[in-house]
Design a protein around this ligand. Structure first.
Ligand code: FAD
Length: 413
């Protein structure tokens, strides 16, 4: 009767890890998520470029939680939270809590560019990744029967916006899809017309990485024939022509936007202090200043590190914060003082395609084949479920040996 009730909103990296670390705690948990699965977002771009199936990077939550006795899962979208009355609104009713964990993640930020939002593609969830895949594959079909060379070139020009890790990974994988796979599927198509353009408004790619890795990334993409336009701000996209700040125009039927995220919209209605990208300002213990029973974590939370830099929106941050929150909730229950969160940075890693990745681990920067092997095995290891690990491994091994992306299916969304 007196078991404290912990409500966790969001079953991404942060929320799911908080739930799992509370498995043996004297609490009853309700975990709420919009979808009935946990999604491994770092591999979403592989779904968009026809490399993996959504089911290989997502895992049903009820299966993950089957053995955990103190948890109840509810699928749905929390639309409101009342901090004073201590309840959340879900599916037309309310759920009361003693402790609340808000781990709702982020959504794509188009920075108010409506034409880009309307006509561009994004890689943020399963639906948007599958939509992008279908669009890309459809364009090759259309291009194969297009007689006008100008129109064909526009169909085969793929513009990726954002030179961060996701943009770099997407551009590299797209260039390989064309040069290694589509070239075999469309022997009659002049694929020298095909072009992958990477736009970055800064003067360098992957800003958060050290200079030598930025340089290595540039070189690796260049070798894959990706056109990299640095200092190139996007002005608008009407679905047919990409217009840059300086007036330059690129005819293209595809713009993939990877240049920004902002915290999930439900946070805007809470009346709490927000920082850049809509993230909620939290105490070092990840609690809300006015409501010590409420924790916010992962992409949704804004917390600066020892150097005053905001913690990055990364799965590694969310995972560690999930564990820290579970431990702090138990300390609260037992009347102990809480511990502030300290991020243990495991390093940086991004892949640029076959045999090509950049890494910084334990202060050492390296790139190329070794970095790529580490990337492959780390991502397989981090996937949930033995079946998914095996399937992704087989898929990648097959692609590696036979130069095939196996999911070249155009489906109805
Ligand atoms: C394409 C892509 C590539 C990335 N690559 C990397 C990478 O290589 N390495 C890395 O470390 N990080 C990467 N990231 C970032 C990483 O995925 C995020 O930092 C991480 O997912 C944040 O975890 P989270 O728990 O805060 O949120 P999420 O994992 O986003 O989980 C939030 C969950 O909350 C649910 N939700 C949202 N609102 C509500 C609501 N109102 N009610 C109920 N449920 C709700 C969502 O549906 C979602 O399931 C990538 C992200 C993307 C999009």
């Amino acid at each position: 009767m007196n078991t404290p009730h912990v409500v966790i909103i969001g079953a991404g990296f942060g929320g799911l890890n908080a739930a799992r670390h509370l498995a043996k705690a004297p609490v009853q948990i309700t975990l709420i998520n919009k979808q009935n699965y946990h999604l491994f977002q770092p591999l979403l771009y592989q779904v968009a470029i026809a490399g993996l199936l959504p089911s290989q990077i997502a895992y049903p939550l009820r299966t993950i939680l089957r053995k955990q006795k103190n948890i109840d899962f509810q699928m749905g979208e929390v639309t409101a939270i009342d901090f004073n009355a201590r309840y959340v609104r879900l599916n037309g009713s309310v759920i009361a809590y003693d402790y609340l964990v808000i781990a709702v993640g982020a959504e794509t930020n188009f920075f108010g560019m409506q034409t880009v939002q309307q006509n561009g593609f994004q890689v943020k969830d399963v639906d948007s990744a599958v939509l992008t895949r279908n669009h890309l594959l459809n364009l090759f079909e259309q291009a194969s029967r297009e007689v006008d060379p100008e129109k064909r070139r526009a169909m085969l020009t793929f513009v990726v916006v954002g030179g961060g890790p996701t943009g770099v990974e997407t551009a590299g994988a797209l260039a390989e899809l064309i040069s290694q796979v589509m070239v075999k599927d469309y022997p009659a198509l002049e694929l020298s017309d095909a072009r992958v353009v990477l736009l970055e408004s800064n003067d360098h790619l992957i800003t958060a990485y050290p200079h030598e890795l930025r340089h290595a990334t540039f070189e690796l993409l260049h070798r894959k024939h990706v056109d990299i336009l640095l200092g190139a701000g996007l002005a608008e996209y009407n679905g047919a022509v990409v217009t840059l700040d300086d007036g330059r125009q690129i005819p293209s039927q595809t713009l993939i936007w990877t240049a920004g995220v902002r915290a999930a919209p439900v946070l805007d209605s809470l009346g709490v202090e927000q920082a850049g990208a809509g993230r909620v300002k939290v105490l070092p213990t990840l609690q809300l200043p006015q409501h010590p029973e409420v924790f916010v974590l992962g992409d949704a939370a804004y917390l600066a590190d020892e150097k005053g830099q905001p913690l990055p929106m990364l799965s590694t941050v969310a995972i560690q914060q999930g564990k820290s929150t579970a431990q702090n909730i138990q300390r609260l229950i037992h009347g102990k003082s809480l511990k502030p969160f300290h991020y243990m940075d495991p390093g940086l890693l991004a892949t640029i395609g076959r045999n090509a990745a950049v890494a910084r681990i334990a202060g050492i920067s390296f790139s190329g084949f070794i970095a790529w092997v580490i990337w492959v095995f780390l991502h397989i290891y981090r996937l949930i479920g033995f079946r998914n690990r095996l399937l992704v491994f087989i898929n990648w091994a097959w692609d590696y040996i036979f130069y095939e992306n196996q999911v070249r299916l155009i489906t109805k969304e």
